[in-house]
Write a protein that binds this ligand. Structure first.
Ligand code: T3D
Length: 247
């Protein structure tokens, strides 16, 4: 949980490092079967904390933004994408700029009916970063993504649902509970198969069919040997509910 509610959880370099540490911890421990990223208070994440480099701007000094991106978002976004677990963005409130990128880097976006979304970059004279040019066109299509990026328009949860930017919208009052239910459901599924599926679909976006088919065959070769696959097939033929252990 991003926890700077008074700043709508705007990201500092420290927070970005802490998020990377959290994902590294989850991946190293190898016991988790789903991850939820959410925000404390009324915001999800308002993007880069614009006060972090305030002095550099006031001094008229040029910010070494490439160095900043390298050490922050370029570590954070890939680790989310490469985490072999279902990662849910529980968008409880506004998601802006890098905060929207953070949400779109996750595998599933669940929104509170109080959530709002904006490619805020243009409003402060920036182009997208942190994956802001990569994920949005893939999720909602090029034309709408470009429109939202050029205008910085703030869209509400219902519009985000209509656009396919979020999968489901829940009432704010029951949001945490609804998210926990979805996370528990995902955590009860065959975790290794989810990890492979996530990787295959992402890679296939950039591949030709022949290579994609080869990668699927390699993944399936690994999957048929998993305990969860054996349990799934056995449960099916025995006409009972499977109990998957993520193994
Ligand atoms: O420089 C680089 O590192 C390049 C990387 C850039 C990556 C990016 O993410 S660029 C985009 C950065 N984010 C934004 O430009 C969004 C700025 N915020 C807003 O436009 C609005 O706050 C929202 C539309 C997100 C929400 O509006 P609203 O009316 O619900 O809330 P508010 O009153 O504007 O904000 C509440 C407080 O949070 C307020 O503080 P205050 O006045 O109560 O003391 C506001 O200043 C603070 N806050 C909101 N966003 C940020 C922030 N403080 C620091 N950084 C923020 N991004």
């Amino acid at each position: 949980t991003l926890n700077r509610p008074e700043r709508l959880n705007a990201l500092t370099s420290v927070m970005s490092d802490e998020l990377v540490d959290a994902f590294e911890g989850v991946n190293a421990a190898g016991v988790s079967r789903a991850v939820v990223v959410t925000g404390a208070g009324r915001g999800f994440c308002a993007g880069q904390d614009l006060t972090e480099f305030e002095q550099a701007y006031r001094d008229g000094g040029r910010l070494d933004v490439k160095a900043h991106l390298d050490t922050s978002y370029h570590k954070l976004i890939p680790i989310i994408v490469n985490t072999p677990l279902p990662v849910i963005a529980a968008v409880n409130g506004v998601a802006a700029g890098a905060g929207l990128s953070l949400a779109t880097a996750c595998d599933l976006r669940l929104a509170s009916d109080e959530a709002r979304f904006t490619q805020a970059f243009v409003k402060i004279g920036l182009a997208p970063d942190s994956g802001g040019s990569y994920f949005l066109p893939r999720l909602i299509g090029y034309a709408k993504a470009l429109e939202l990026t050029m205008t910085g328009e703030l869209v509400d949860a219902k519009t985000a649902l209509d656009l396919g930017l979020v999968s489901r919208v829940f009432p704010a009052a029951s949001f945490r509970e609804n998210v926990a239910d979805v996370a528990a459901e995902l955590a009860s599924l065959p975790t290794k198969a989810i990890g492979e599926s996530k990787r295959l679909l992402r890679e296939a976006l950039e591949l030709g069919l022949d290579v994609a088919l080869d990668r699927e065959a390699d993944a399936q070769d690994r999957m048929v040997q998993t305990a969860d696959h054996i349990e799934g097939v056995t449960a099916f033929v025995e006409k009972r509910e499977p109990i998957f252990k993520g193994e």
